[in-house]
Design a protein around this ligand. Sequence first.
Ligand SMILES: Cc1ncc(COP(=O)(O)O)c(C=O)c1O
Length: 343
Amino acid sequence: MNTDLVADLKRCERKVFLDEPTSFHALNHLAKTIGGPELYIKRDDMGPLAFGGNKLRQLEFYFGDAVARGADTILITGAVQSNFVRLAAACAAKLGMHCHIQLEERVSKMDVNYRNSGNVLLNQILGATLHSYPAGEDERGADLNLEKLALNVREQGGIPYVIHLSSDYPSIGALGYVAGAIELAQQIQSRNITLSAIVVPSGSGATHAGMLYGMRALGISTPIIGACVRRSASEQVHRIRTHCDSMARQLRQTNPVGTDDIILNEKFLAPGYGRAGAHANEAIKLSARLEGIILDPVYSAKSFACFIDYARRNINGDPLLFLHTGGLPAIFAYQDDMLAAVS
Ligand SMILES: Cc1ncc(COP(=O)(O)O)c(C=O)c1O
């Protein structure tokens, strides 16, 4: 283990919400059925707060920073069915803080389940204050509006902390997956497994960049495949680079990630963000009916489709690992799509 990375990460402010490693296990039934190599999964979909998910790791560092700055109110923005905002509301509740959530209209799907069920319902149960923002693709505009809401909080005597969306701000959350990479490296080494690749979803890019940075900083050269779930590979590559540069600055290290390390697969992005295509539908069905594992249609189904594709093309290869990032409450907002996927 690279002790420098562990020590450098320890210097960053953090509130630990995941106090033990997430589960790591084999997917034997799937591997046998599709005739692929050994398949493994790391279950970041299962966590201690409000249905868990990858964003919990990222929020450990945002809340660490917020608490260090004396904040009592968190402001965050995301799509109507964002998992990030739901978990921010849960972390705020746990720490006795207020949470303001700005919901952006990012997808054309706006039926009654999408607007009210899944994460939207949980945000309300968790006691967050909800705001609406109509321009779903304007990241800087969404951040500016959050700053206005933060001003209101300050005028009313609160101490706000804004979790920004655009990549103009330091990639604080990506550090969560540097910690995730350290945890995963220990799990792989203790099982004596040599992986041919790790497949992760690449949305904001914080998970992908953090995992990639962490693995390279540990001296592990396993390819990290980012399955595009929001943007094309050419748009995404710049984001991953920006996150890695930002993490290197925060950790006061030389960036260990080279240009060739950034691997993106956009084959499963169609028909677009928030909409599952035929491959994602097949992934939902195979995962549920062969392994009893539920995937969401926005993130994990697309990245699992990418994972299955690699497995099918590497029948005699080394084992592959899938990082399940969660998103499970959203299946109740996408009921029609989920039923169509398995019919
Ligand atoms: C369940 C789930 N998986 C994956 C992602 C993508 O992760 P990232 O934004 O770190 O790229 C998200 C993003 O919101 C998510 O909610």
